[in-house]
Structure formats: C-alpha cells, structure tokens
Unconditional design. Structure first.
Length: 466
C-alpha cells in the first residue's frame, strides 16, 4: 500500500471505492502504527480498537454490496479528548474529569461518522486546555514526532502528533489562542481555526457561551490543506447548541479566481520578534503567491496591541476565575501547568461587571476597526508563533519569555473571530517544521484555505518525521 502511512483522504477513499484496498486493512495498518509509536509519542488518551475494527468491517461490507458511500468512507480519524464521543472518556487532560464519559456524540462527531469516517480514539491535551504544551497528571507528556525532546504544542498537541506520525489521517482540535495552529506549526501539518459558528462547538469542554463563544472554536487538522477542507465541509453547518452557528453556504475557489488578490504581510510592533528562519518562511510564502499573480506587500495592522490585551483579559483573568471556582477544594489534583496558569490569572483584583461589559464592547469595536483596514486586503500572512517547537518544559506564562510573548501572532484572531490556517512551509536548521499563518476575514474560511493551498503547492511537501 504505497500511500501508507502518509496517504491523503483522496488517495484512501479512491482505493476503497475501487476495491483495491479494504477499510479493514487500512484500520489495521493504523492500529499497528499506533501500537509502535504510542510509547514514543504518547499522542493517545483512549484507543477504541474493538469499535474501530467493527466500523471497518461494516465499511467493507458497504463497499462490497455497492451501497452509497459517504465522502469519508473508511478514513481513520482521531478526536481531541475534550470533544464528546459517546462511550469514550472525555478528560480534557484532568484527573478531575477522568470518569467523564459522554452519552452522546458532539454534532461534529456525528457528522464525521455519518460521512463514513472511522474513529480510532481520542488524543491528549493539557489540563483544561490551558497551555501551549501537552502534558498532564492523567496521561503524561506528548512528544513531537520530529524530535521527541521537543513539544508537540498545545492544546491540540496529541492530535497534531498523531497526524504527523501517520497514526491518523486527520482529526479535530480546538483553538482558544492558537491551540490548533500552534501544534500544527510545531508538528508540520495543516490546521484551520475557523470563524466561530462555522463548525458547532456543541459538546466541547470547556463549553463556549456568551463572551467566550468568540474565543474558542473547534476545527480540522490534517497533513494537507485539501484534507483540512474535506473535513471542514463535512463538519460545517448550524447547530442549535451553538449560539453563533449560522447557515453559511459553502464556497469554492479556483486559483484563477484569486489572481490579482492583495495579500498583506502582517506587520506590528505588538506581535513580538520572530526568529530569522520564521520570518524567512513568511517571505517565502509571500514570494510564492507573488509568482502566481497575487499582490503581496507589507501590511501594518493598527490596534493589535489593545487586541492582545483584551484577548488576555478574557482568556486570562475571566476564564481563570471560572476555572479556579471549578477546581476549588481539589487543588492537589491539578497539574503544575494549570496551577501556573491560575497563579498568573487570578492573583489580581476581582473583575467588575463594568470592566467586563466595557471589554465586550471594545472587542466588537476593534473587530470593526480591523475589518475596515482589511477592506481591500482580504488575506494576511504572518508567523504562527515566534519560533519552531520549543523543548519540553520550556513553555510558561512568565512575562518576557512566556506564551503571552511567543504566541501573540495567533492569539488576536481568537479575540476578533477571524479564521486562520497554519500551513507548513520550511524546516529550521534543527530540522523542525515552520508553518505560516494565513489569516482571513470572518466567514471567509474557504478563501483562507484556497490561499493556503497555493502556498502549500509551492512550498511543500517535505519529508515527514517517521
């Protein structure tokens, strides 16, 4: 099977439909690869061997009897362990949730299953998703397949590592400040943080509602942009459980539709200083677009300094206080990383209602300010973070070197609800992947993916880790 272990969705579904390969064979190969690599990478929290094999046999039977097949028929996928899958543990990296077993699937999970996907298991995350490194007291540390001494990122680090290692064709992560895009960048795969509401976040922990529905979203992760798009198309659509969901029609773009488009190379002193290799990757992506008829030029975006302060207000003190109350009395069972987050976010004065309502209003005004600036430049390019994957234990919330400084390129999108995709472009001198972020305006997710695919075609693929 020449496509294994790094085949894409189109290759796998084509082989299944032509009966050249069985879903049973594909699932068995992935399960053997997980068995071999799980001790090294530790990407998985729960592996449903019996369920996956049962689904594979049913998928094989459907092919043999000539039944109508879904777009993901027989494709092995994984799910981040903070998203409800009926009968699977959903711990979100916490000892306090180790016995949490949902009774029904999240809507996005039900849609993947209805499209024929075979779910192998769910993947590791930091406790309550509150770190850019995946490590916790319940399941331990996830390593980067490119270099096991380095982090796979967070909070969708287990998902990114599983996909990069060829243990899964693709899957689903979630993103409140870069948690899809950063692990994708660290592990050399692709990921989309969609516009809030395009994919329902119903069935995700922590739940998003009110002011938080803008911050956190769920989205697809895979090794190619085409596969990310395929997953997005299956999962997208309204759901009553997500207050921001809307019946937005799916759009398609050909490369010829994009020629002449203005693409901005994001500039702002508020974002911090990326490594020279990271900046070179963005320049390479911009050059690849220029060579294909785009107009790529520097684009200063005003207001990012305040946007980052507001993002931290919601993601830090506001959410931190909610978590502090939920773990009260169980502090001895929470991970050092979550303890550090709570220490940084709950040490100040209590938040007043006046502060909260003003922050909500200012967020909306900033979003409008950015949209006016992007009126003629619908897509921006930037780093995902200031550097490639850091070594285990080097991530923190400390001022000066911590996440608030290194992850600024990703965080502001979660305040404003803008979509953003990470696409691998280069390798560092240490052999670690470097992704570039493609940023779009709300509800123009398909345009983001179309531009990312042009970059991908020019800059990828490069050798995957195993």
């Amino acid at each position: 099977m020449s496509f294994f272990p790094y085949g894409n969705l189109a290759e796998i579904t084509r082989e299944i439909r032509s009966k050249d390969v069985s879903p049973v064979e594909i699932v068995e190969l992935h399960l053997k690869r997980i068995e071999a690599l799980q001790p090294k990478v530790n990407a998985f929290v729960h592996l449903d061997v019996e369920g996956a094999c049962r689904q594979a046999r049913a998928a094989e039977s459907s092919v043999l009897r000539g039944a109508q097949l879904g777009p993901l028929h027989g494709v092995p996928l994984t799910i981040k362990s903070c998203i409800d899958v009926a009968g699977w543990p959903c711990p979100a990296g916490s000892l306090l949730r180790k016995d949490c077993v949902p009774r029904q699937d999240a809507p996005l999970v039900a849609r993947l299953k209805a499209a024929g996907a075979i779910l192998l298991g769910n993947t590791n995350a930091p406790e309550y998703l509150m770190a850019y490194e995946t490590n916790n007291l319940l399941n331990g540390r996830t390593s980067n397949p490119w270099n096991l001494a380095h982090s796979a990122g967070g909070s969708s680090g287990g998902e990114a590592a599983a996909i990069a290692a060829g243990c899964s064709v693709g899957g689903v992560g979630s993103d409140g400040g870069g948690s899809i895009r950063v692990p994708a960048h660290f592990c050399g795969i692709c990921g989309l943080k969609p516009t809030p509401g395009r994919i329902p976040s119903t069935g995700h922990f922590p739940p998003g509602a009110g002011a938080f529905s803008w911050i956190g979203v769920v989205g697809p992760m895979a090794r190619t942009i085409a596969d990310v798009r395929s997953l997005f198309e299956v999962m997208a659509g309204p759901d009553a459980g997500d207050a921001l969901s809307a019946p937005v029609p799916m759009r398609t773009y050909r490369e010829s539709d994009l020629r002449g488009m203005r693409v901005g190379i994001l500039e702002s002193d508020a974002l911090g200083v990326a490594t020279a290799e990271t900046r070179a990757a963005v320049e390479r992506a911009a050059k690849s677009l220029s060579e294909r008829g785009f107009t790529a030029e520097p684009f200063p975006l005003k207001g990012l300094d305040r946007a980052l302060e507001l993002w931290w207000f919601f993601f830090g003190p506001v959410i931190g206080n909610l978590i502090r109350h939920s773990v009260a009395g169980h502090e001895d069972q929470i991970s050092p990383m979550l303890r550090e987050y709570l220490s940084c976010t709950t040490s100040g004065n209590s938040i007043t209602l006046d502060q909260f309502t003003k922050a909500c209003a200012e967020r909306d005004l900033l979003r409008a300010k950015f949209l006016r600036q992007m009126q003629d430049t619908p897509v921006l390019l930037s780093p995902v973070s200031t550097s490639p994957a850091f070594r285990h234990g080097q991530g923190n919330y400390l001022p000066g070197t911590g996440y608030r400084d290194t992850m600024r390129f990703s965080q502001w999108l979660n305040l404003t609800g803008f979509p953003g995709a990470s696409v691998p472009v280069a390798l560092s001198s240490e052999g670690l992947p470097i992704g570039v972020q493609v940023i779009g305006r709300p509800f123009e997710d398909e345009l983001v993916l179309a531009v990312a695919e042009v970059i991908e075609a020019a800059c990828s693929p490069f050798q995957l880790p195993f």
